[in-house]
Ligand binder design. Structure first.
Ligand code: GUE
Length: 301
């Protein structure tokens, strides 16, 4: 571990630029998307279902649509009123499952409380499940054969690989055990040959667990949970949290911060993702990658 510390010579972490990594991935995807279109006469297609009008979701869904078009993926948005019945959502999913123009289906979460999220996610064809939330795809991942892996953890792996730090044999701690990030993150790190621990709200001595981690991935949604003195010198820190703080005079809309105290952690870590501009942009790029891969798999390329 001496060498990892020595690499951090300035005693200041390398800031992992998720925006430029995402842009680079999108550049790689462009010619592959064009190739798909040339072979098949139509573009890969993503359908996004948004139920209700949560403003944050609407912004995020719009951003996905723009980025699809920028690389040549056809994107359609299905915006349904908040009071839409579960059956109507299931019917829409069934139509999209059967549509030859649609290769990826994303049901924006959270759904309104009267809709059973698990039932809706189970209705999405596993072949078109670009979020990787269907139990079939979770199962493929759990047996070490990821097909369509959830975009956020897959983006974290891409960022770690791009850093060039060897992952094999390293101690990885994932804080958070959500179905969307923590659990699949742990599975992907296991495939990278890390020694993986998952911590969660009931874990005892979280700070001590963190101090043992060469790779620390935090996805809990608690602003500033992870302090600088919890971090092993030379560790790589991936901060998945995106939290909006209450507004103040300087930031009337509220500042966006991660789950890690960035200024403290960056004085100790070897490399760290910022929030914003870290994991978030990579999540969207990986969604586009999954859409292309789903289209290629459906087409038998
Ligand atoms: N079925 C489904 N799949 C999802 O992947 C999904 C979802 N539902 N529901 C909502 C969450 C949230 N999410 C984000 C992705 C990127 C940024 C992102 O790019 N954020 C930028 C900007 C942050 C800002 O300024 O608002 C950043 O971190 O730099 C944020 C949030 C995907 N989600």
């Amino acid at each position: 571990m001496k060498s990892a510390v020595a690499l951090n010579t300035e005693n200041e972490a390398r800031i992992i630029d998720g925006r430029s990594a995402a842009a680079a991935l999108c550049e790689d995807l462009k010619p592959r998307v064009a190739g798909f279109r040339a072979r098949h006469g139509h573009a890969p297609g993503l359908a996004v279902i948004l139920v209700g009008s949560d403003p944050a979701s609407a912004i995020y869904v719009r951003r996905k649509g723009e980025q699809c078009r920028a690389i040549g993926i056809a994107s359609t948005q299905h915006t349904l009123p908040a009071e839409t019945s579960e059956q109507d959502v299931l019917d829409l999913v069934a139509r999209l499952n059967d549509s030859a123009e649609v290769h990826g289906i994303l049901v924006q979460l959270p759904l309104p409380p009267h809709i059973d999220t698990r039932r809706v996610l189970a209705a999405v064809s596993p072949a078109k499940d670009v979020d990787g939330f269907h139990v079939t795809n979770a199962g493929w991942l759990a047996i070490g054969k990821p097909t369509l892996a959830p975009c956020t953890p897959w983006g974290c792996i891409r960022l770690l690989r791009a850093l060039g730090v060897p992952l094999r044999g390293k101690r990885a701690l994932v804080v958070g055990r959500s179905v969307i990030v923590g659990r699949p993150m742990a599975q992907l790190l296991l495939i990278e040959d890390c020694t993986v621990t998952i911590a969660h709200r009931h874990s005892e001595n979280l700070a001590d667990l963190c101090r043992e981690a060469d790779i620390l991935v935090v996805a809990v949604g608690i602003p500033g949970l992870i302090r600088g003195d919890w971090i092993k010198p030379g560790a790589v820190v991936i901060d998945v949290g995106i939290n909006r703080l209450p507004p103040d005079d300087a930031t009337p809309k509220g500042r966006i911060v991660g789950d890690v105290v960035f200024d403290e952690a960056s004085a100790v870590a070897r490399a760290i993702t910022p929030v914003p501009g870290g994991v978030g942009p990579m999540t969207i790029a990986c969604l586009l990658e999954n859409t292309l891969r789903a289209a290629e798999m459906i087409a038998g390329d």
